[in-house]
Design a protein around this ligand. Structure first.
Ligand SMILES: [Fe+2]
Ligand SMILES: [Fe+2]
Length: 256
């Protein structure tokens, strides 16, 4: 089984949201993605989609985008991004996509073909240097002092707790342990953060994220580096040239 990632599809089959206002490279971006996808991905493969799936505001409006994704080859794992307003409750979404090639993740984990995939959306980091000595000591967002906390930091801390929840539910025996986040857990230098320490502590092999756009990276050169045993890959669709980005190949294990 080959594993790929491509995030920030920003699909808009039912909403009028042309993406080429962000640059000529975005022209018919969904068409480019579909063509590249069909060239690379087989039905037995796995494609990770770390957030910003659709521009739809309501669940019903996202239906066409979800069907479009389902028709593409491979099994796909979706994560909610900051623009996915259409994303309903996880139980409603899972009921809806049951039996399709789509899977949804919400600060839990699923195992597909020997790879365990966990993840949460995250948020902008209040400060990359945020000094949490022990990554397992997730600071509380309740009680004394919480009301004085800037809203961004409150959301960030809640997401840190959700990441921990997800890491704890990941399959211990999996051949590959992958975490998807929408917001990046670190910067392009792999700077040490509360999030990177958490990923290291839980023995994550690979962390895939998106959200960042139009970084002006040289063609075909996204962030892809290993820091303290964890590989970090930026897979927003424009960073990976609108093509599913190859991450790894592992023997496919059929779940019982
Ligand atoms: Fe995005
Ligand atoms: Fe985003």
């Amino acid at each position: 089984m080959k594993i790929f990632a491509i995030g920030d599809l920003h699909l808009g089959h039912t909403v009028d949201k042309p993406m080429d206002i962000f640059g000529p490279q975005w022209k018919d971006h969904a068409g480019q993605i579909a063509e590249n996808w069909r060239e690379r991905v087989l039905d037995t493969d796995l494609v990770l989609v770390p957030g910003d799936v659709s521009w739809a505001m309501r669940f019903e409006e996202a239906e066409e985008d979800l069907q479009w994704l389902d028709r593409l080859p491979g099994r796909k794992v979706l994560l909610k991004g900051n623009h996915d307003y259409w994303w309903p409750s996880i139980s409603r979404l899972r009921d809806h996509i049951r039996g399709t090639s789509l899977f949804a993740l919400q600060y839990d984990a699923i195992t597909i073909g020997g790879a365990s995939v966990g993840g949460t959306r995250l948020w902008t980091m209040p400060d990359l240097e945020i000094p949490y000595e022990d990554p397992l000591e997730i600071p509380s967002t309740e009680g004394q002092g919480a009301s004085a906390m800037p809203p961004d930091e409150k959301i960030f801390r809640r997401e840190l707790g959700r990441l921990k929840l997800s890491l704890e539910s990941m399959g211990r025996e999996a051949g590959l342990r992958i975490v998807m986040t929408h917001f990046p857990p670190t910067d392009e230098s792999g700077k040490d953060t509360a999030l990177t320490r958490l990923l290291e502590t839980y023995g994550v092999d690979l962390c895939v994220f998106g959200h960042l756009h139009n970084l002006g990276l040289p063609r075909g050169r996204t962030w892809d580096f290993v820091k303290k045993g964890v590989r970090y890959v930026l897979a927003s669709c424009d960073s990976v040239d609108f093509a599913p980005y190859f991450l790894a190949e592992i023997p496919d294990i059929q779940e019982g």
